[in-house]
Design a protein around this ligand. Structure first.
Ligand SMILES: C[S@@+](CC[C@H](N)C(=O)[O-])C[C@H]1O[C@@H](n2cnc3c(N)ncnc32)[C@H](O)[C@@H]1O
Length: 186
C-alpha cells in the first residue's frame, strides 16, 4: 500500500460526518478531496497551500466533485495559517494531513522547509482534538528533504515523550523511501 493510501485508510476509520479537518499542503487537492468526502455535508475542511496554482487546482478538483461548499481554501504558509486558526479558536480538529515536498510538475524550488514545517506541526497539535490524528508524509530524495524528514522525526519522537501515541511507517522497498509519521493526540 502506498503511503498516501495508508493515510486515507487510517483516516477512513477515524473521520466521521460533521468533523473538521485540515490539509496543510493542498497541492493538487487529492487529500483535500478525500477529507471532504469523509467529513460529509455538515463537516468542514480547510485546505492550505503556499502557491496560487496549487490552490486553484484544489478548488477545481473540489468544484468538479461538487464538494467545494464544505472546503475553505487558504493561500499562505501553513505555519502562519495554522497559528491564525489557533487565534480564531478553531480547535477540536479531527485530523490534519501534511504531504511535504514540492508540487509534482511545478516549480521545485517552492517546497516545504524544515523550519516552517516544524512550526506548523507544533500549531497542529494545539488545533487537534484529543484523539485527533496528525499524518505527516516526508520525502528524503530531494534537496532539503532529508533535513526536513529528520526534523519531523525529532518532532515526533519528542511528541511521543510528551504522551502522544506516535507510529512511523517506512516502506522497505527503495533506498530512500518516504516516511509516514502518524500521531494520535493524547
Ligand atoms: C507534495 S505536494 C502536496 C500534494 C497534495 N497532498 C495532493 O494531494 O495533491 C506539497 C505541497 O506543499 C506546498 N507547500 C510548500 N511549502 C509550503 C508552505 N510553507 N506552506 C504551505 N504549503 C506549502 C507546495 O506548494 C505543494 O503544493
Amino acid at each position: 500500500m502506498r503511503l498516501t493510501e495508508k493515510v486515507h485508510h487510517i483516516l477512513t476509520n477515524h473521520l466521521k460526518e460533521g468533523d473538521r479537518a485540515i490539509d496543510a499542503t493542498a497541492g493538487n487537492g487529492y487529500d483535500t478531496l478525500f477529507l471532504a468526502e469523509q467529513v460529509g455535508p455538515s463537516g468542514k475542511v480547510i485546505a492550505i497551500d503556499i502557491q496560487d496554482c496549487a490552490i486553484r487546482s484544489t478548488r477545481e478538483r473540489l468544484e468538479s466533485a461538487g464538494l467545494i461548499d464544505r472546503v475553505s481554501v487558504v493561500t499562505e504558509d501553513h505555519a502562519i495559517a495554522l497559528r491564525k486558526l489557533i487565534k480564531d479558536d478553531h480547535e477540536n480538529v479531527a485530523a490534519i494531513t501534511f504531504n511535504l515536498g514540492y508540487l509534482p510538475g511545478s516549480d521545485k524550488s517552492i517546497q516545504t522547509r524544515a523550519e516552517s514545517t516544524e512550526e506548523a506541526l507544533a500549531a497542529s497539535i494545539q488545533l487537534l482534538a484529543p484523539g485527533g490524528y496528525l499524518c505527516v508524509t516526508a520525502y528524503r530524495g530531494h534537496s532539503g528533504g532529508a533535513v526536513e524528514a529528520e526534523t519531523v522525526g525529532a518532532f515526533m519522537r519528542n511528541a511521543k515523550k510528551e504522551g502522544h501515541a506516535v507510529d512511523c511507517h517506512e516502506p522497505e522497498s527503495s533506498i530512500l523511501p518516504p516516511i509516514l509519521w502518524v500521531l494520535k493526540k493524547s
